[in-house]
Design a protein. Sequence first.
Length: 207
Amino acid sequence: MISLTWTLIGFLLGSLPISVWLGKLVLRTDIRDYGDGNPGGTNVLRAGGRGLGLLAIILDMLKGAIPVSLAHYVFKVDSWPLIPVVLAPILGHAFSPLLGWRGGKALASTLGVWAALTVPFGPFVMGGSVFVFNKLLNTSGWAVMAALLALLGFLLAPALHWRSPGLTAGLTLPLFVAWAGTVAIIAWTHRADLRQRPQLRIRRTRR
């Protein structure tokens, strides 16, 4: 029952279209009219600037981090019951009932969920990987998938587990299933990008 309760809470929190609300309340505009039409923090950044965009991204991360942290660390939800709790905020963001079952790409919520499970090093691994791969690859979808592979590499690094309170047992089978479920959701939300062949960004030098 505890796992089911936090799964529902996580899904409901994840489904809150915070970026859309910020756009309407602060900018008096629909952020889905910008960029790729995604109801996420990146389009708040495009529409309202760096400050408001960063706020939207942080709030979207908290939608994932808060329910997973409370369920895992306070209510001791672990192993197989933790899987739906991990995936719920990501699914809620990607398929929000408040937006007609359409949502964002769920990257920020994913970062929040896995940051909660892998503190203190995991957030730097994921955030740094997304930044680096976005600089290296021509499509954000492939950059995100590469960052998720970097996260798997972190989960496989036993030397770091003793400092990560959420990874005391290392990469267990349930945790791997949760990671694989995350990859499946993110692959779906980035499917348009993934149809393109990944290529390195090549800077043209001036002669």
